[in-house]
Design a protein around this ligand. Structure first.
Ligand SMILES: [Zn+2]
Length: 246
């Protein structure tokens, strides 16, 4: 489960769907800036480039440059910097059947992410895969903190906003298949949480495909992993993300 490691990023997925289904885990207000009304590309999309710069600096053993890159967003959490609402504003959450979902296999997840070019199908923002974020957190815990249970006053806002997540087009709790690739798409964490159990039939949640080329920063993963001392818990994900589509 996600709550295994004590530091750094587990290679398992966070309990995103479980959290979204839970009444007391995530609420709209925690993910929504009350005064914000943003359409189109989100302002924080540029944070992806900050992470990329920091990761490249870490790979070059230049921690000073990595800290400088992260400085504009250092230590931000969803408590201090709430995630701005998606331009597609959802209505009310439908009541699910309470069906438990599980993560599909690592290879299915990798295939879905590659197919969707690691780009959110709802808001078209680029995302960054969790192992890359986890390694940055491990190497720079003060600037880019992470908590195994995603404590919201600790974990960096980026995780809640632009980390790569697997989204069920039709929620498992309302009858969707939990592992079929046709029912799976790539979503940023923000859209994952804000869409909740809604169907894509609901207004504002249409799937859009990108033609852009984006890899979720997976190309940096092997060297970043090396820099962090090759933590064993991430080995399988490092291998998975080196696979190339046929
Ligand atoms: Zn999104």
């Amino acid at each position: 489960s996600f709550a295994t490691g004590t530091r750094g990023c587990s290679d398992a997925r966070p309990p995103l769907r479980a959290a979204a289904n839970s009444r007391n885990a995530i609420t709209e207000s925690t993910l929504t800036a009350p005064t914000a009304s943003v359409r189109g590309v989100h302002a924080t999309d540029g944070d992806v480039d900050i992470i990329a710069d920091a990761a490249r600096a870490l790979i070059a053993d230049d921690d000073h440059a990595a800290r400088a890159a992260l400085a504009p967003i250092a230590g931000q959490t969803i408590v201090t910097h709430p995630v701005v609402a998606a331009s597609q504003r959802p209505g009310r959450y439908p009541v699910g059947a309470g069906v438990q979902t599980r993560s599909p296999s690592r290879s299915v997840m990798g295939a879905v992410y590659r197919r969707d070019r690691f780009t959110c199908v709802y808001c078209a923002r680029r995302t960054v895969v969790l192992p890359v974020l986890g390694l940055v957190s491990e190497l720079l815990p003060a600037e880019f903190p992470w908590h195994p249970n995603w404590r919201r006053d600790v974990t960096h806002r980026f995780y809640w906003d632009l980390s790569t997540t697997l989204e069920h087009v039709e929620a498992v709790s309302t009858g969707g298949d939990w592992q079929a690739e046709r029912n799976l798409v790539t979503a940023c964490a923000r859209c994952q949480y804000q869409k909740g159990n809604r169907s894509v039939a609901d207004p504002g949640w249409q799937i859009r495909r990108t033609t852009a080329s984006w890899d979720g920063l997976t190309a940096l993963l092997p060297e970043l992993w090396q820099r962090a001392g090759r933590p064993a818990r991430m080995a399988a994900w490092v291998a998975e993300y080196q696979r190339r589509p046929h």
